[in-house]
Design a protein around this ligand. Structure first.
Ligand SMILES: Cc1cc2nc3c(=O)[nH]c(=O)nc-3n(C[C@H](O)[C@H](O)[C@H](O)COP(=O)(O)OP(=O)(O)OC[C@H]3O[C@@H](n4cnc5c(N)ncnc54)[C@H](O)[C@@H]3O)c2cc1C
Length: 457
């Protein structure tokens, strides 16, 4: 039997518990695991919060993947309400402060995993201290927002920021009968999409919302006003919008201050730089999840795309390497999906805008088609944009939205990119077809054929 290794994990939402669970399952690795989190719970789905706020998920406990007790029964030690304030790499120790008592302790490690994630960015808006202004990241945020929108006198809401979390909250509020104004500083909502696709999505959302939802773009929130609670929102264009609740969803920033202070190298957006084995620049310290930088498989550049899907994959990879085995995480495509009511919205790889920025010789196609045979009940439109490099004939990315089955097309493209397929090869993908599921020529293949027609005129 090998000597017992002391494994310490900081952070307990997605990446941290993943590392813990994988290590607990690893045979022939003799370890003592201590996980520290500043929260009073671990292992929950932040991704599910919009659906809890909406009321689709009634019981918040459904968002909890595993309880501390479940981990402890398997042999891990879970320390709640404990914040790591310092990493001392020379001494192989971390400093922990109890968030309730303030008691400080030092904890030794043989291998350390930093999974401190990210936190919401709050822009410098006036009067942020007013009541009923929220961000959404943690379970308690979800509970507070849901309680507020269920109050009888909550009729109007403002969402600051039109990223995917803003859109998911828009759906939650709209479905609860609120009048909602979403305010986006940029020219387009969902700016990770190409502008014309974002605009089509925006039009679709407004159309579907029957006058209950208003989306303002190129307009920033500069002040909140009210007595003790928010009552008005003031915008850069001088609009005054009455509201009962405001949620700020203007993006996130990685929690990497303690890593930086310990001399660990940071990369894009101040996320922790890791190699493909999730090792940081300091020996015996690993990192995974939203606090780490990513390598983009298409642009071949470093990026920061914090997602729960990636956090889980990176956590698994980190655990395998911590246990002394070998695993390599290749990188990300930034594949993401969200929805607004029945509208599915997804993308993978590079948009045309990004591909041009990285110097690709871009050719693209946009097409709208039914997701299944047009005569079938339930056939719905989907719009697909495919981005290809003309010279390399490589698929660079796809964006898709629609009331039909859009994301399965995007997932197909994600697989094609991972497999380094050429356009010519991709065109002949042997996809399934029967009228309830697709069209004889799948919409995705039609989009690819449009590009092929542009290349081989
Ligand atoms: C509303 C919402 C919807 C989302 N939807 C999706 C989705 O549909 N799909 C998707 O892929 N992703 C989604 N995400 C993103 C996803 O939730 C994150 O990518 C994921 O939670 C990252 O996990 P993580 O463990 O890396 O970090 P985090 O979830 O940020 O967890 C880090 C933990 O570490 C703790 N911590 C930080 N510093 C310290 C310290 N010094 N000491 C102790 N503890 C510390 C934090 O308090 C936190 O508990 C969503 C996020 C939100 C908020």
């Amino acid at each position: 039997m090998t000597e017992t290794q002391k494994i310490v994990i900081i952070g307990g939402v997605a990446a941290g518990p993943k590392i813990c669970a994988k290590l607990l399952r690893t045979k022939d690795f003799n370890c003592k695991i201590d996980l520290y989190t500043e929260e009073d719970m671990i292992s929950y789905s932040a991704c599910g919060l919009p659906y809890f706020i909406e009321g689709l998920i009634e019981d918040v406990n459904r968002l909890i993947v595993r309880t501390p007790q479940q981990f402890e029964e398997k042999g891990a030690n879970i320390h709640l309400n404990k914040r790591c304030t310092k990493i001392l790499p020379q001494e192989h120790k971390i400093v922990i402060a109890d968030t309730k008592t303030g008691i400080i302790q030092e904890v030794e490690y043989d291998k350390l995993a930093i999974t401190t994630g990210a936190r919401p960015i709050v822009p410098p808006i006036q009067n942020l201290h007013l009541q009923n202004i929220f961000t959404v990241r943690k379970i308690k945020d979800g509970i507070e927002i849901r309680n507020k929108i269920r109050e009888e006198n909550t009729k109007k809401a403002v969402i600051v920021g039109g990223g995917y979390i803003g859109i998911e909250l828009l759906e939650a509020f709209y479905k609860n009968g609120l009048e909602v104004v979403l305010i986006e500083r940029d020219e387009h909502i969902l700016s990770i999409f190409d502008p014309e696709i974002s605009d089509m999505i925006k039009d679709e959302i407004v159309k579907m919302s029957q006058g209950k939802v208003n989306i303002l773009t190129s307009e920033a929130v500069i002040a909140f006003e009210g007595d003790d609670r928010v009552q008005r929102v003031i915008t850069s264009k001088g609009n005054i919008i009455e509201t009962d609740i405001a949620v700020i969803a203007t993006g996130v920033t990685p929690n990497t201050e303690i890593a930086a202070a310990a001399g660990i190298e940071l990369g894009v957006s101040n996320a922790i730089r890791v190699n493909n084995r999730m090792q940081t620049s300091i020996k015996d310290i690993y990192a995974a999840g939203d606090c780490t930088e990513n390598y983009h498989l298409v642009s071949k550049n470093y990026c920061w795309i914090p997602l729960g899907s990636t956090a889980n994959k990176e956590g698994r990879c980190a655990a395998i390497n911590i246990a002394g085995q070998y695993d390599a995480f290749p990188g990300v495509l930034g594949s993401a999906v969200t929805r607004y009511d029945g509208l599915s919205i997804s993308l993978t790889g590079l948009t045309e805008t990004e591909a041009r920025k990285f110097g690709f010789d871009v050719v693209s196609s946009v097409m709208t088609k039914k997701d299944k045979a047009g005569y079938m009940p339930g056939a719905e439109n989907i719009t697909i944009k495919l981005v290809v490099d003309k010279r390399l004939k490589k698929i660079l990315g796809a964006q898709a939205f629609g009331n039909g089955d859009a994301d399965k097309r995007v997932n197909t493209v994600a697989s094609a990119i991972m497999a380094d397929q050429t356009l010519d090869n991709f065109l002949h993908t042997d996809m399934t077809y029967a009228p309830p599921f697709s069209t004889a020529v799948d919409p995705l293949i039609s989009a690819a054929l449009l590009i092929s027609n542009q290349i081989y005129k």
